[in-house]
Design a protein around this ligand. Sequence first.
Ligand code: PLP
Length: 420
Amino acid sequence: MDHFNYKDGALTAEDVPLETIAETVETPFYCYSQATIERHYQVFSEALTGLSATVCYAVKANSNLAVIRVLADMGAGADVVSSGELTRALAACVPADKIIFSGVGKTREELSHALQENILQINVESEPELALLDEVAGSLGLQASVALRINPDVDANTHDKIATGRQEDKFGIEWTRVHEVYARASQLPHINMVGLAIHIGSQLTDLDPFRNAFIRLRDIVAILKADGHEILRLDLGGGLGIPYDGSPTPTPSEYGRVVLETLGDIGIDLVFEPGRVIVGNAGLLVTRAVFVKESATRRFVITDAAMNDLMRPTLYDAKHDIQPVKEPQNGVNMENVDIVGPVCETGDTFATNYALPSMEAGDLLAIRTAGAYGAVMASTYNSRPLVPEVLVKEDRFSIIRERMTVDTMLEYENLPNWIK
Ligand SMILES: *Cc1c(COP(=O)(O)O)cnc(C)c1O
């Protein structure tokens, strides 16, 4: 469910016509609906009723300060994967004791930053990281609260590039070795072991991989407890998928039921790290048709948005629904078009053979479900400035990130002193 609907013949975000925003900020731009973000957070939280659960929003899905702040105001914690994201989460008023630091390659500086901010927990993914963290904590005179991320060796049945819980993936410590590594970690003087973490992948549209991973986690907890370890916290990661093209996906409440069935009686605090499911449907990328071009066999709608603004189609073969901002009249003729960006790469394609009413240069289109892994993954390829982000609440909108300028890009560049 989202708050992007046609009203009086025009696509709106809550009560604001997208056309109005386009006139102010120009295109392309990302548009987020605050009510949608809030609703998704609420639905996810309610799905965990009956569990002792903390929801730490995965900031990497959409790290705009205002977006994190909306969630922090609803009580969300944060899951961060870099020093930069940690800085953002704190700047957005997420309490340090609700922040978790994940990631396979945290540097000495990042570990030190996390320790000095006294965050809830650092999820460690390897033995070298454990050793480094112990050393850094010792040098600061601090204790590090640590969960071991385990690789449960389950296939999430998602796109290859976002499956993270198979044995061959780079993430976590092999589950067969956790018993040994946990024992060794517990001996380290500046490490305080608090539990285990998993995250098996993103955009999961099947609940069985979750179920299998949670059962494996349960078995490992039993082994660790038999060894005399106290387990305070289990971090179950994120990964719940969302419908991009209308095909059904499991709901948060179905996901919550799997957690209840597998871990409901374990008596250990649970942490969840949802990203996509909170913000994915809450954002659109709005773009304008620059040209409509005919070839012998195809009709192309060439947009002012490109693969650098939204990488998901070219990176993950993702399909996004695309809607004209002007509501199509009933019974209008549809034609199949390819919707493509201006970048000189064939991968710069948002959709092929996509049915739209007849489009003209200047018409606006909304690329849906772009709130997660959209703006955060954008680049300046082709010297295209990062596009603005706009947040809507009821009948108001606010530019929560300005359009970058080419001058700003050039400010970061210098000629070497041997060129006069
Ligand atoms: C990316 C990531 C998440 C969020 O995944 P979603 O699919 O967006 O829910 C959560 N935890 C970790 C460790 C991640 O890397």
